[in-house]
Design a protein around this ligand. Structure first.
Ligand code: SF4
Length: 196
């Protein structure tokens, strides 16, 4: 992805009116990070803070994510962070199928341009969409989190590594340990220590 290609795609997303979510948003949130990027983290959709700031994972879940990344020696500058939908659904409701159909091509283009070797879907919703896209049999997030799945992207082989959404720490604090364990495994995979 060249800077120019990234800028063109970002501008398209920022001015997009393909679905109803464009009416209620303050900012579309294309995502941010290095280009190209070895790791792409994919959440569900922007929340209130993301909508206000235009930045991905700007709220409490973002703080959790920052700590998880730091725990394995990474920062946000090392990963590309985006989401399935680029605009906030009202009251953070679940995305609708037609909204996904309208927005998903942006994520596909981002993946094609970023050429990651690992995609980390965060949360059950993102995991279901990403696993389905690559034809990998999924399952409940409680069963597939922290497991690595080989898949084939247009740019070459990739690994899908679903984890719980960082916001889960707020709703279900005991799952923090699972997230931390999964990120340690992610580090081992990145370092070639852990087999896929
Ligand atoms: S959610 Fe996606 S498709 Fe809908 S308006 Fe926003 S950028 Fe466009």
């Amino acid at each position: 992805m060249t800077d120019e290609e990234a800028r063109v795609l970002n501008d398209e997303i920022l001015s997009c009116t393909r679905c109803r979510l464009s009416f209620g948003r303050s900012h579309a949130v294309p995502g941010e990070g290095p280009v190209p990027s070895r790791i792409v983290l994919v959440g569900e959709a922007p929340g209130e803070k993301e909508d206000r700031s235009g930045r991905p994972f700007a709220g409490r879940a973002g703080s959790v994510l920052n700590r998880l990344l730091a725990s394995i020696g990474l920062s946000r500058d090392d990963v590309f962070i985006t989401s399935i939908l680029k605009c906030r659904p009202p009251e953070n409701r679940d995305p609708k199928n037609d909204e996904i159909a309208s927005c998903k091509p942006y994520l596909d283009r981002q993946i094609a341009l970023l050429r990651p070797s690992i995609i980390v879907p965060m949360g059950r919703f993102s995991a279901a969409v990403i696993m389905g896209q690559f034809g990998v049999p999924g399952g409940r997030i409680s069963e597939i989190h922290g497991k690595a799945f080989r898949a084939e992207a247009p740019h070459g082989p990739i690994i899908l590594f679903p984890v719980y959404h960082p916001a889960v720490v707020t709703h279900n604090p005991p799952l923090r340990g699972d997230l931390e364990t999964d990120f340690r495994r992610l580090k081992e995979i990145l370092e070639g220590i852990s087999p896929v």
